[in-house]
Structures are given as structure tokens and as C-alpha cells.
Design a protein around this ligand. Structure first.
Ligand SMILES: O=P(O)(O)OC[C@H]1O[C@](O)(CO)[C@@H](O)[C@@H]1O
Length: 136
């Protein structure tokens, strides 16, 4: 993303990241994010980019966190060890609806390249909405 090589369905470079996950699947990414915040090189790379976490069961959490983000340039990362956590799945679907309702139908499939999943449950991930090559 920092090199502008990763683009969304419309060819626009992906700029911001929404990370979905609760419990350890939130705290792990938050730990890495916090640890890197004092690294000058990372701070430089991160300029102009936002990382937002969706990490609770608040039903308006998605609505609050997408304010100011553009679905064409937002990358979604779903983190779930089991890939069965109801809150995480609900938010993942809500975000996919946010993205797909903003894009024309032909672009929706293309934009799946900007969805990433971190899990150890390959079968459930494949049955969700990601392309196999987007699996982490
Ligand atoms: O990574 P998952 O499977 O989505 O689980 C998220 C969290 O939910 C729990 O299973 C129960 O709160 C935690 O142990 C875990 O950190």
C-alpha cells in the first residue's frame, strides 16, 4: 500500500485500512501498530494513510468508523482465528456491503483483491467472500 502498487477496483491506490477483529484478534494487530508508532521510517510511510480498528460489538461501530473513508481506496482486513466469531463476521459483511453498494457491479468482483483475511480456518475463509489468492 505504501508504494501505491495495490489498487482497488477503480484503479485508485488503496490508502486506508479497516481492521476487523475482537479479543486477541484485535489486540495482536493493535500491539504491532502501537509498537511501530515510534519507528521514524514507519511514521514516514504511514503519512496520508489511516488504520482503523473495528473491535467491539457496538452496532453503530461500523457507521462511526467509515466516516471520512472512501470505499474505492479502503482495504479491509478481517482477523479471526476461528473465522466463526459472530461479531467479526457481521462487521465483515457490513463492510463488504458498504464497498459493494458504492461500486458498480462489474467492479465489485475486482475489488475483492482489497479484502484480506488472517485466519487458520482455510475452508471457512474460502466460503466467505475472498478470493483464494487474498488469503493470508
Ligand atoms: O479470533 P477469533 O476466533 O475471531 O476470536 C476472537 C476472540 O473471541 C474469543 O474466542 C472469545 O472472546 C477470544 O478468545 C478471541 O480472542
Amino acid at each position: 500500500m505504501y508504494s501505491d502498487e495495490h489498487v482497488g477496483a477503480t484503479g485508485e491506490p488503496l490508502k486506508d485500512v479497516l481492521a476487523i477483529g475482537i479479543g486477541g484478534s484485535f489486540l495482536g494487530p493493535l500491539f504491532v501498530h502501537t509498537a511501530l508508532q515510534t519507528d521514524p521510517e514507519v511514521v514516514e510511510f504511514a503519512k496520508g494513510h489511516q488504520l482503523r480498528f473495528l473491535a467491539n460489538v457496538d452496532p453503530i461501530d461500523v457507521a462511526r468508523n467509515i466516516i471520512g473513508l472512501d470505499p474505492e481506496t479502503t482495504c479491509v482486513v478481517v482477523v479471526s482465528k476461528t473465522f466463526t466469531t459472530a461479531e467479526t463476521m457481521l462487521k465483515a459483511r457490513a463492510l463488504w456491503e458498504w464497498i459493494s453498494s458504492a461500486l458498480r457491479p462489474f467492479a465489485v468482483a475486482k475489488h475483492k483483491g482489497s479484502l484480506y483475511v488472517v485466519s487458520n480456518h482455510n475452508e471457512l475463509m474460502s466460503n466467505f467472500f475472498v478470493q483464494p489468492d487474498a488469503l493470508a
